[in-house]
Design a protein around this ligand. Structure first.
Ligand code: TNX
Length: 567
């Protein structure tokens, strides 16, 4: 039997199917060999409750070689072997992480119908292709409750994703209420997380083998900070945090020691809550105007010998990296941070296509690839699935061309053309090179769901019809990836039943209607209309006519869009 038809997503490395099935028993047993930890006991409990719900119980033997670190780390051994034989199930893994994955695979293998509950006889040997398999959520734009984050973590574990990247701050919100500067969160307005809530969330994720990487976006995207601390900027756009979306001029003042001192206290606070080795400093979309027009900042540039604002941002980043180094963290940031002066050891999250990835790798920086996995663009799953984190520049250009030529995206073709040109221009031409020659390492990838138009009641719908396909891209070997676009869509669709059975996630499109408080009658009345509608792809809806036109004809985009945080 082909790997495909086992229904496990992401596809395992190898699966050898034997004829026959293991029938479920009324009462199953678990036998522990090797290491037995409370984390594994809880994972076993979840798996058995879930299987019991479909009337499945089996005799399972679990042999775990070693305890994993309390908080998951990059590059741990995550491999496992799962054997379903005539006389029961056997799980073998060198570490807890592997056992967690094996139990998830087991839950996906169960069949239950009129013939009863059963498992296919099979031997699965599995391990991930990439150690960094992430999802970025954006509670800064629209708050996401801890409950919704927890159920998302449950779903992530089911598709073997292992990094939840939380974009905690942006112009519209500052969701981290630490001890040094609690006023950053309260003055920014809206909800925020307490450190206790975040610590509990980190533990919840660690229990499922998932790391949580916090992002504090700086020095741009910071109007929310300035409500409490206007003195951290030099000029201009002070006032209440912005409700509008887009690139704002506000920037932290890179010329003042006081700002670096505050950042050190803030990041120390963040580090105390998030044990992960990496801390994300954002660094994206810094508006060039403010710094270049401010006299003090210009004087500072002369003092440090920075010829342009990119050099100045690199200087800012280097000072922040030194702070992170002192508090035992590694820095990661969006691909705008790549610069000859960026300290080695920094990791780069590439969002502007192959050229930005290769520029980072060529300069020796490890890379997390996100271009191609922007779930907020509403692309169908198979289009995201085409992008490979390690694809050659030519293959990635082909994937982008496929986007432009896809009839499902015909209505946004103008904008898409612009996006591709932007990718090439922004990342610096002439610096493309083949992946094989690079010095940095592709750690993996991250799907991103930017939150401008993602209120919590649509979160499940927006994530789960496409995220599983991306998760497979990050876990499965390139050689097992489906060539047929429909296959991955079918497999993603059939995973939905497992998701609803095993987690509190409900990805059905009707859910937002009930979650936003419509009566059952109104929901029923709206359904035929919804069935006939389709989401607008790309950023055509997010940008609105003004910004869309600006993007297409290359002029400066207005900050305001037809939606804001109150829409
Ligand atoms: C760019 S991608 C951003 C985000 C926005 C997104 C969509 C990146 C690093 N920055 O701040 O949410 O576009 O508008």
């Amino acid at each position: 039997m082909a790997i495909d038809s086992l229904g496990v997503l992401p596809k395992p490395q190898t699966a050898v199917r034997r004829r026959g099935w293991l029938a479920g028993r009324r009462v199953g047993s678990v036998a522990w060999h090797g290491v037995r930890t409370s984390r594994l006991e809880r994972a076993w409990h979840r798996a058995s409750v879930d299987m019991a719900a479909v009337g499945a119980s089996f005799d399972v033997r679990i042999d775990c070689g070693a305890e994993s670190a309390r908080y998951p780390q990059l590059d741990e051994n995550e491999s496992y072997r799962l054997v379903v034989a005539d006389d029961g199930v056997e799980i073998d893994a060198p570490s807890e992480r592997g056992v967690l994955h094996a139990l998830v695979t087991l839950r996906q293998l169960v069949r239950s119908d009129r013939r009863g509950a059963r498992l296919p006889l099979v031997t699965i040997d599995d391990a991930p292709r990439f150690p960094w398999r992430g999802l970025m959520l954006d509670p800064a734009r629209r708050f996401i409750s801890i409950g919704a984050l927890e159920r998302t973590i449950d779903g992530m574990a089911l598709v073997k994703l292992d990094v939840l990247h939380l974009h905690l701050t942006d112009d519209q919100g500052f969701r981290f209420a630490g001890e040094a500067f609690p006023e950053l969160a309260t003055a920014a307005g809206g909800a925020y997380y307490t450190t206790d809530e975040l610590r509990a969330l980190v533990d919840y994720a660690a229990d499922r083998g998932i790391r949580v990487v916090p992002e504090i976006d700086m020095p741009g995207h910071c109007t929310s900070w300035l409500a409490a601390h206007p003195e951290w900027t030099s000029d201009g756009e002070r006032g209440p945090p912005s409700r509008g979306f887009g690139v704002h001029k506000a920037c932290l003042d890179p010329s003042r020691d006081e700002v670096y001192g505050a950042l050190e206290r803030l990041l120390t606070d963040v580090a105390a809550v998030f044990p992960d080795a990496y801390l994300h400093i954002g660094g994206d979309e810094v508006h060039p105007v403010w710094w270049s027009e401010n006299d003090e900042v210009r004087r500072y540039m002369t003092t440090i010998g920075a010829n342009d604002v990119h050099a100045l941002q690199a200087h800012f980043n280097a000072r922040v990296a030194a702070t992170l180094h002192r508090i035992g963290k590694r820095m990661i940031g969006w691909d705008e941070i790549v610069h000859p002066d960026l300290p080695t050891g920094t990791a780069v999250q590439s969002w502007r296509g192959a050229a930005s990835r290769d520029r980072a790798l060529g300069a020796g920086f490890d890379c997390v690839f996100s271009a191609g996995y922007y779930l907020d663009l509403f692309y169908p799953a198979d289009l995201h699935y085409r992008f490979d984190p390690e694809a050659t520049p030519t293959a990635l250009a082909d994937a982008e061309a496929a986007l432009r030529n896809d009839p499902r995206l015909a209505h946004v073709q103008g904008g898409l053309g612009w996006a591709t040109q932007f990718n090439a221009a922004a990342a610096g031409q002439g610096e493309r090179s083949a992946v094989a020659n690079e010095r940095g390492r592709v750690l993996g990838g991250e799907a991103c769901l930017w939150g401008e138009l993602v209120a919590e009641h649509v979160l499940d719908v927006r994530l789960w019809d496409r995220l599983p396909a991306v998760a497979e891209r990050f876990w499965s070997q390139a050689s097992t990836i489906d060539a047929d676009a429909d296959a991955v869509r079918r497999r993603t669709a059939s995973l939905q039943a497992v998701l609803t059975r095993c987690t509190a996630i409900d990805p059905s499109p009707a859910v937002p209607l009930s979650r936003c408080g419509l009566s059952t009658r109104d929901q029923r009345a709206l359904r035929p209309l919804l069935a006939a509608l389709e989401s607008v792809k790309w950023y055509a809806r997010l940008l609105g006519p003004g910004a869309l036109k600006a993007r297409i004809d290359g002029s400066a985009a207005p900050v305001t869009r037809p939606y804001d945080t109150t829409s």
